[in-house]
Design a protein around this ligand. Structure first.
Ligand SMILES: Nc1ncnc2c1ncn2[C@@H]1O[C@H](COP(=O)(O)OP(=O)(O)O)[C@@H](O)[C@H]1O
Ligand SMILES: [Mg+2]
Length: 218
């Protein structure tokens, strides 16, 4: 049986640890490195969204159409647009200028590429962050995680397969939403066309394969 003073000490220690955790959370929430989504499509500056009319059209069209394809030249921002839109849906935090599809509940979504490698190295990297060297055999939780479009503070937990994070549970402003991606990228058919069938409860998806980005919403 611990003495009264021992119990008080234990409680004080617990309180200090809790405060340190809260402080770390606040730091993460403030750090721009882990909040890249906030810098996307700003009102002003060299990357202001008026310079990206095709992306704006692509986003806006989501309010009307359940399936969209953004086919365009290399390096014009298709992948970035797909990652941003999925991040808005998963976190439930839409920017004030958003005119596209909105979900008012936590959703399940898929993110996929045409091969396992491109899903991991492009789709996953854009959404979650790049894996560091050495992490291909055992992707450390902290290596690069949160440096993609999904803010680290929204990342609750994840499950992994080999060199990929398989399922991510994201804190949405409306609750919790699991976002299951990476391994589905390995399902390419012999003709190279992806054969993907998302489970019925999946509300949204993003599929990236050069030269296009596609999204669907239920
Ligand atoms: N909306 C944007 N704002 C700022 N930079 C962007 C934007 N979209 C793309 N870029 C820049 O262009 C690069 C290529 O974009 P990406 O989405 O990979 O092109 P694509 O998929 O069309 O080949 C990105 O790595 C980024 O540096
Ligand atoms: Mg691309």
């Amino acid at each position: 049986m611990p003495s009264v003073s021992q119990s008080i000490k234990a409680l004080q220690q617990e309180r200090r640890e809790e405060q340190a955790t809260q402080e770390r959370r606040r730091e993460i929430a403030r750090n721009p490195k882990y909040n890249r989504i906030r810098e996307q499509f700003p009102d002003a500056g060299p990357f202001r969204r008026e310079l990206y009319p095709k992306q704006m059209l692509f986003f806006r069209s989501g309010a009307e159409y359940t399936e969209r394809c953004f086919m365009a030249a290399n390096r014009v921002g298709k992948t970035r647009a797909g990652a941003c839109e999925l991040t808005y849906h998963l976190t439930g935090k839409y920017p004030p200028w958003w005119e596209g599809r909105r979900f008012h509940h936590p959703i399940e979504a898929w993110a996929a590429g045409s091969t396992l490698e491109t899903t991991r190295d492009i789709v996953q990297a854009e959404l979650l962050g790049k894996l560091g060297p050495g992490s291909y055999t055992s992707p450390g939780e902290s290596i690069g995680r949160g440096t993609g479009m999904l803010p680290l503070a929204a990342s609750a937990r994840c499950s992994r397969v080999r060199a990929a994070w398989r399922t991510q549970w994201i804190r949405s402003t409306c609750g919790m939403s699991p976002e299951g991606p990476a391994s589905s990228g390995s399902r390419a058919t012999s003709r190279g066309a992806p054969a993907l069938r998302a489970p019925e409860n999946t509300s949204s998806g993003w599929m990236r394969s050069a030269p296009w980005t596609c999204t669907w919403s239920a």
